[in-house]
Design a protein. Structure first.
Length: 266
């Protein structure tokens, strides 16, 4: 079945199933409860993305704040990250969680349409190793968190190793400059079982923007997704940030929304 034959609702359901499986696959410990599950990685306590509560379904828990506290009690997790994999559920729990001090971010889930044209020239794009990606990853986190200790920065840079478990095949793609430094990159998660190809963490260094490098990396991701026979190629973007419009221009359309709620430690 081609992605043209799948409705937006079917596509979003397939993506949600894949994303929840990816969270579970990366976890060192998963605990299910009636309204969802917790995924924990004690080896990476500073990685919020790997120590979280995932709410499933469309119905809100009676007391979501208390629920989150109860399922994370005695786990050692100091932050609170809650992911709601549906717009109705996210809307239903938003008031309670924001009232309890959580920040709220809405993400759009976007699939590549069958009518999308050529995105870019993937000629410069190559597969990258974790060792090649690590310097840029650590530098990015140091810029974002200038006061963070080395332990935190090292862990955030090293947590990428967990992403290898996300899907059947995981590839890190990018472009290097003349000195060999990685200047544009993206992750690609290919899972034929779910029929999904997720493009994640698309990034270009500021000094190299405007040269079509992001398009080149995306084009290679799309080429590989088609080669793998995945009927759904998708990515996730912040609903309020500019990349969403860029993705729309090159042929991605919104099929659903997810909600993230984050409360920092302390």
């Amino acid at each position: 079945m081609s992605h043209e034959e799948l409705s937006a609702r079917d596509v979003f359901a397939r993506i949600t199933a894949f994303q929840q499986a990816a969270v579970r696959r990366q976890a060192e410990r998963v605990v299910d409860f009636g309204e969802g599950f917790t995924a924990l990685c004690p080896s990476f306590p500073y990685s919020y993305d790997h120590n979280l509560v995932v709410l499933t379904g469309d119905d809100a828990p009676d007391d979501v704040v208390e629920l989150v506290e109860s399922v994370l009690d005695r786990t050692g997790v100091e932050h609170r990250l809650v992911l709601a994999h549906s717009a109705p559920l996210g809307d239903a729990v938003a008031a309670a969680l924001t009232g309890a001090g959580y920040g709220h971010t809405v993400h759009v889930v976007m699939r590549l349409t069958a009518s999308a044209g050529p995105i870019g020239d993937p000629g410069e794009v190559r597969e990258l190793s974790l060792d090649e990606l690590r310097p840029g990853e650590r530098a990015m986190w140091q810029e974002r968190l200038p006061d963070a200790p080395d332990e935190v920065l090292d862990q955030l840079a090293d947590r990428r190793v967990l992403r290898r478990a996300c899907a059947e095949e995981v590839v890190f793609l990018g472009v290097r400059d003349e000195d060999g430094a990685v200047v544009a990159q993206a992750d690609l998660y290919l899972d034929r079982g779910f029929g999904c190809a997720q493009i994640e963490d698309v990034r270009t260094s500021p000094a190299h923007r405007g040269r079509g490098l992001a398009r080149a990396v995306l084009a290679e991701c799309v080429r590989r997704a088609a080669e793998a026979g995945c009927p759904v190629t998708f990515l996730v973007a912040d609903a309020e940030d500019w990349p969403r419009r860029f993705y729309e221009r090159i042929g991605f359309e919104t099929v659903g929304h997810t909600h993230l709620f984050l409360r920092f430690p302390g």
